[in-house]
Ligand binder design. Structure first.
Ligand SMILES: Cc1ncc(COP(=O)(O)O)c(C=O)c1O
Length: 414
C-alpha cells in the first residue's frame, strides 16, 4: 500500500530533490509534460537576458568572436553539442547542436544512403514519430523513389534488418507509449547486416543513461526542448561517430559547414569533422538558453536519475491500478527495463479527462485519439507530485468532472 507519507519520505532522501530549485515552476502546478516542453531553468532566463542586454545590445557583432572582446557565439554549436555529448555517451567531437530534429534527420538519413550506395531501404517502425517517417519519405521522393522507407511493426524490426537495408532509423523511446528499444542489441543487429544505425533520442536523452559510443552507434539526433529544457523550439543536436566523419557529407551544404566560412570562397568544401554538419547561422538566443539549461546536469548521476524515473512511473501505475481498476488501459510497457520515463493510459475520453486534469493544475498531454501521456522528469518532479497527480485523476474520474462541456473544446496543439 503506497501512502503519501512514504512518498514524502522518499523526497526527503532524494539526492536529486534540490535540482528542482534550478527551475521556475508555476504555483499549484504538477508538471508532467516535460517530455514535450521541459520546464524553464532560472539560468536559461538569466542567460537570455544577458545575451539581450549585453552581448547583443552592447557588444553587437563583436559577440560572434571569442572572449574577452566577444561572447564566442560562433563556437556555441560545438560547445553546446559537447555538453549534450557527455549526457549521451558520445566521444569528444561527435556531437553538434544545430537546426531542428527534423532537419538533422534529413541530413543524417541522406548521408547514410550515400555511405551505403548499393542499398535502397530505410528501415523504421510504423509507430515512429511522424516526422521521422515523413523526412524519410521526402528524401525518398527527392531521390526519385528508388530508395524506399520500409516501416514495420516495432516487434518485427529486428527480423526485417537484412542486406537491402542502408540504415535502420528508430526512436529509442516511443513518443506515444514510452516503449524503449534495446539500443545495444539492435545496433549490433544492424551492423551484422552491414546497415548503419540512426537513433532518435528525443524521448530518451536526459531521461535515462545512453551509451552511444559503447553501443558503437553510427548516427543520432535529438531535441533540445524536452528533457534538456532548452525552451520552445530550442536547437536540436546530432551525433556522427568519429569513424564515419571523414566520409560523411551533409546534403545541406550551407556556409557554416564550409571549411573556411569567412573566406567567402564560391566553391563548397566541407569543414573537417562534425563541423561540416552545420548549415547556416545558429539561432543564438535559443542556443544560449539551451547552453545555460544544460549546466543543470553538472554532477547529476544518470543512474540515480533513471532509478528515480522508474520508481515514479511504477508508483503512478500502481496508484492508477489501485484506485481506478479497469478504468484505464496502461499502454506503456509494464516492465520498467522496456519503458522510458513516461506512462501512457488509454481511455476513449482522453481529451476531456486531460483538460479536466489541467484545469486542476496537473499538466500532461494527449496523443490522438485516446492516449493520456504523463512524463516524469526526475529533475523537478517529486514523489509527492506523483501521488497528488494520481489522486487528482481519481477525483476527476470519481466525480465525472471531465464531462463538463468546457473540457470538450479542442485546441490546435495537444
Ligand atoms: C521522436 C521525436 N522526434 C522528433 C520530434 C520533433 O522534431 P522537431 O524538433 O523537428 O519538431 C519529436 C517531437 O516531439 C519527437 O518526439
Amino acid at each position: 500500500m503506497i501512502t503519501r507519507e512514504t512518498l514524502l519520505q522518499l523526497d526527503a532522501t532524494d539526492p536529486l530533490a534540490a535540482r528542482r530549485e534550478a527551475f521556475v515552476l508555476p504555483a499549484n502546478t504538477i508538471y508532467l509534460d516535460g517530455n514535450s516542453l521541459g520546464a524553464m531553468p532560472r539560468a536559461a532566463a538569466e542567460r537570455v537576458r544577458h545575451t539581450l542586454d549585453h552581448d547583443w545590445s552592447q557588444a553587437l557583432v563583436r559577440s560572434w568572436n571569442a572572449p574577452p572582446s566577444g561572447a564566442g557565439w560562433v563556437d556555441l554549436p560545438q560547445r553546446v553539442g559537447a555538453k549534450i555529448g557527455r549526457l549521451i555517451g558520445a566521444r569528444d567531437g561527435e556531437t553538434l547542436a544545430c537546426d531542428s530534429t527534423s532537419v538533422n534527420l534529413f541530413k543524417l538519413l541522406s548521408l547514410a544512403l550515400k555511405l551505403r550506395p548499393d542499398r535502397r531501404l530505410i528501415l523504421s517502425d510504423r509507430d515512429n514519430f511522424p516526422t521521422d517517417l515523413y523526412m524519410a519519405q521526402g528524401l525518398s521522393a527527392l531521390l526519385g523513389g528508388e530508395h524506399q522507407l520500409r516501416a514495420v511493426a516495432p516487434d518485427e524490426v529486428e527480423a526485417a534488418i537484412d542486406e537491402r537495408v542502408a540504415v535502420v532509423s528508430l526512436s529509442h523511446v516511443n513518443y506515444r507509449n514510452g516503449a524503449l528499444y534495446d539500443m545495444a542489441a539492435i545496433t549490433r543487429r544492424a551492423h551484422e547486416a552491414g546497415a548503419l544505425m540512426l537513433w532518435d533520442l528525443a524521448h530518451s536523452a536526459g531521461a535515462l543513461p545512453i551509451a552511444l559510443a559503447d553501443c558503437d552507434v553510427d548516427l543520432a539526433v535529438g531535441c533540445g526542448y524536452k528533457y534538456f529544457n532548452g525552451g520552445p523550439g530550442a536547437p536540436a543536436y546530432l551525433y556522427v561517430a568519429q569513424r564515419l566523419q571523414p566520409q560523411a557529407t551533409s546534403p545541406l551544404t550551407g556556409w557554416f559547414g564550409h571549411e573556411k566560412p569567412f573566406e567567402f570562397i564560391p566553391a563548397y568544401a566541407p569543414a573537417a569533422g562534425i563541423d561540416r554538419m552545420q548549415v547556416g547561422t545558429p539561432a543564438i538566443l535559443s542556443m544560449s538558453a539551451l547552453d545555460a539549461a544544460l549546466d543543470i546536469w553538472d554532477g547529476v548521476d544518470l543512474q540515480q536519475l533513471r532509478a528515480k524515473s522508474i520508481r515514479q512511473c511504477e508508483t503512478f501505475v500502481a496508484l492508477v491500478e489501485q484506485w481506478m481498476p479497469g478504468v484505464f488501459e496502461v499502454t506503456s510497457p509494464l516492465d520498467s527495463a522496456r519503458r522510458g520515463s513516461q506512462v501512457c493510459l488509454r481511455h476513449e475520453q482522453a481529451w476531456p479527462i486531460m483538460q479536466a486534469l489541467i484545469g486542476r493544475g496537473v499538466i500532461g498531454d494527449v496523443r490522438a485519439p485516446d492516449i493520456l501521456r504523463f512524463g516524469f522528469t526526475p529533475l523537478y518532479v517529486s514523489y509527492a507530485d506523483v501521488w497528488d497527480a494520481a489522486n487528482t485523476l481519481r477525483e476527476i474520474m470519481q466525480h465525472g468532472e471531465w464531462t463538463q462541456p468546457r473540457f470538450q473544446a479542442r485546441a490546435k496543439v495537444t
